[in-house]
Design a protein around this ligand. Structure first.
Ligand code: ADP
Ligand code: AMP
Length: 216
């Protein structure tokens, strides 16, 4: 099973991706997580990526395409994978198609989580991430048992630098201009599956499972 989980920032892609990858045993590849790990390690890639991420802009296509190429050719991606946060531009989508074609593979479904802007802002401003294991919480919608600490590993929770209100505005504009056109791209291919992203995390997951039953 090769999937893309698609949607605006804060739609719940990462949250659902974790559930899908657990349930269907597919590798979860999040470009945002890869970049944040590089920033934390202070690598050259991290230093470069941070200059774009802090402003809410996209990291250049050639950099991101290189990262994905490396990940989807590894042994553990052979059983399938779930791309989260990639592709974000038409150029990235075309590069992905080329990579997969070479291997005689293709994407089975693009699951598009549909959420309005008001909900996005609520979700992003309340998002908290574990500094140790990367688990995601929301201060109201999905709070940890001990405020400020991760349920799974006890690590401290932090707010992402790019989750401030002014950066969110830029990220939404970037999404509308550069990423949303991909829906048309995948609709043409006939693999776009729209999912209502409102409701609880479990409600949304149930809707996704219904779609995946036709794919898995
Ligand atoms: P994305 O990966 O699309 O940026 P996340 O999965 O990080 O989005 O979700 C953004 C925030 O919204 C997180 O704090 C998460 O806990 C919360 N969230 C995710 N899904 C839902 C939902 N269905 N209802 C309410 N909050 C949600
Ligand atoms: P995310 O965790 O998916 O919200 O991504 C956080 C930030 O990482 C984005 O705002 C971009 O700056 C960068 N990023 C993540 N994925 C990509 C991608 N596919 N293309 C370009 N930039 C990306």
């Amino acid at each position: 099973m090769r999937l893309i989980i698609f949607g605006p920032p804060g739609a719940g892609k990462g949250t659902q991706a974790v559930k899908i990858s657990q349930e269907y045993k597919v590798l979860h590849i999040s470009t945002g997580d890869i970049l944040r790990a590089s920033v934390k390690e202070g690598t050259e890639l991290g230093k470069l990526a941070k200059t774009y991420m802090d402003k809410g802009e996209l990291v250049p296509d050639n950099v991101i395409i290189g990262i994905i190429k490396e990940r989807i050719t590894t042994q553990d991606s052979q059983k399938g994978f779930l791309l989260d946060g990639f592709p974000r531009t038409i150029e990235q989508a075309e590069a992905l198609e080329k990579m997969l074609n070479k291997e005689g593979q293709r994407i089975d479904s693009v699951i598009s989580i549909e959420v309005d802007d008001e909900e996005i802002v609520k979700r992003i401003t309340g998002r908290r991430v574990c500094e140790k294991c990367g688990s995601m919480y929301h201060i109201i919608f999905d709070p940890p048992t001990n405020m400020g600490y991760c349920n799974k590993c006890g690590g401290g929770l932090y707010q992402r630098d790019d989750d401030s209100e002014d950066v969110i505005r830029t990220r939404l504009q970037v999404y509308r201009r550069q990423t949303e056109p991909l829906k048309k791209f995948y609709k043409k291919v006939g693999i776009l599956k729209r999912v209502d992203g409102l409701g609880t995390i479990d409600d949304v997951f149930e809707r996704i499972e219904k779609i995946l039953k036709g794919v898995a």
